[in-house]
Design a protein around this ligand. Sequence first.
Ligand SMILES: [Mg+2]
Length: 223
Amino acid sequence: MSMAPLIFDCDGVLLDSEPLAMRAILEELATHGIAFDPQEAARRFVGATDAEVARMVTAESGHPLPLDFPERVAERALALFAGELRPMAGAAAFFASHRGPRAVASNSGQRRLERALAIAGLAPFFAPDRCVSQEQVARPKPAPDLYLHVAALFDRPPESCLVVEDSVTGATAAVAAGMTVIGFLGASGQAPDQADRLRAVGVSVLADNFAALPGVLTGLARN
Ligand SMILES: [Mg+2]
């Protein structure tokens, strides 16, 4: 039997980028005089596209954000990444020994995805055509489009794919695609009840970090 394709979310799974990505959003909102409690922002915005964040904030504040808000946030995030972005602990070691098909499926834009993977030193572990951003599909996560697109790239049924996701938005997308989702709890700044929130949307197994992932995969392969 061939190995199950393993599909990774990027921010909060491959990269410990969520605190920096959130900082980019909060700093950009601040230039419009909009202040957000960081914990509340993390709870609501992690996993959402920057366009979705702009829609949510505009709807609530009555302050229309400019159309280029997502591009501005992306530029700000890349500037922060250049100085501070790190791969998730244990990620490089995992990929050095992992065999089998793999891909990245990210709700960020294509340029930011590729740059961030390169900055963190993880780009060599993924074929360029297996780094898929929401720009390549009609609807971002939580819609299943991204994950279904990746399954099609592998020419495999979605049910045979495994997904590693840290956010409720991303896990919802993968569950909707019919995939088995491993909830990843290794990112910094995750909500204390993140495991419960992931289980509530259909995440079946959890991994505390990359070191735990091989054991989790072995367990799933036995079932
Ligand atoms: Mg994520």
